[in-house]
Write a protein that binds this ligand. Structure first.
Ligand SMILES: [Cu+2]
Length: 149
C-alpha cells in the first residue's frame, strides 16, 4: 500500500476517534458554561468601601428584565435586599413585600442609587417574576457587604 494512503487513513481514523471521544466532553463543557440564570452585582464589589450615594448596578445572565406584571416567560424584575438576612424557604414561595429592606425595581430598572448611613451594610439581589415571587430554583446573588464611609 502507498505509505501516503496509510498515513492519511491513520490521520482520518485518529481524527474520528478524537471526534468521538471529544463529543461527550464538549456537551459537558457547555453545561458547565451555562449553569442557569444568574443575578449578580456589577457594582459595588464585595467588601468595597464607598461613599454615598451608593450606585448599585444589577447584572443578569440567562433571563430578561421586564416591568412587573409583564407576562412573558423567562423575564422578571430585580429586588434588592438591604441589611436583612437571605429569604427563608417560606419567603421564597411568596410575593415579596416592599419595605425598607426589600426594594422592588418593577419598572425594569437595572441600577439604583442608595442613601445609606455610614457603616457596614449588606446587599443581595433576588430576581422575581411578574408577581414579585422569586423563581424556583431561586435566582439570587451572593450577599455582599459594603462599607459606607
Ligand atoms: Cu417586585
Amino acid at each position: 500500500m502507498n505509505p501516503r494512503i496509510v498515513v492519511l487513513t491513520a490521520v482520518v481514523v485518529a481524527l474520528s476517534v478524537i471526534g468521538l471521544v471529544k463529543f461527550p466532553f464538549a456537551g459537558e463543557e457547555e453545561a458547565l458554561a451555562a449553569p442557569g440564570p444568574q443575578v449578580y452585582f456589577i457594582a459595588p464589589a464585595d467588601s468595597e468601601k464607598v461613599t454615598g450615594p451608593v450606585r448599585v448596578v444589577f447584572g443578569l445572565k440567562g433571563m430578561g428584565v421586564a416591568p412587573a406584571g409583564t407576562d412573558k416567560p423567562g423575564t422578571g424584575h430585580h429586588h434588592l435586599l438591604i441589611d436583612r438576612p437571605p429569604l427563608s424557604e417560606d419567603e421564597l414561595k411568596e410575593s415579596l413585600p416592599a419595605d425598607e429592606h426589600i426594594k422592588h425595581f418593577g419598572g425594569g430598572q437595572t441600577e439604583t442609587e442608595l442613601e445609606l448611613t455610614p457603616g457596614t451594610h449588606t446587599l443581595q439581589l433576588v430576581f422575581g417574576d411578574m408577581n414579585h415571587v422569586p423563581f424556583d430554583p431561586p435566582v439570587m446573588s451572593a450577599v455582599i457587604t459594603i462599607i459606607v464611609e
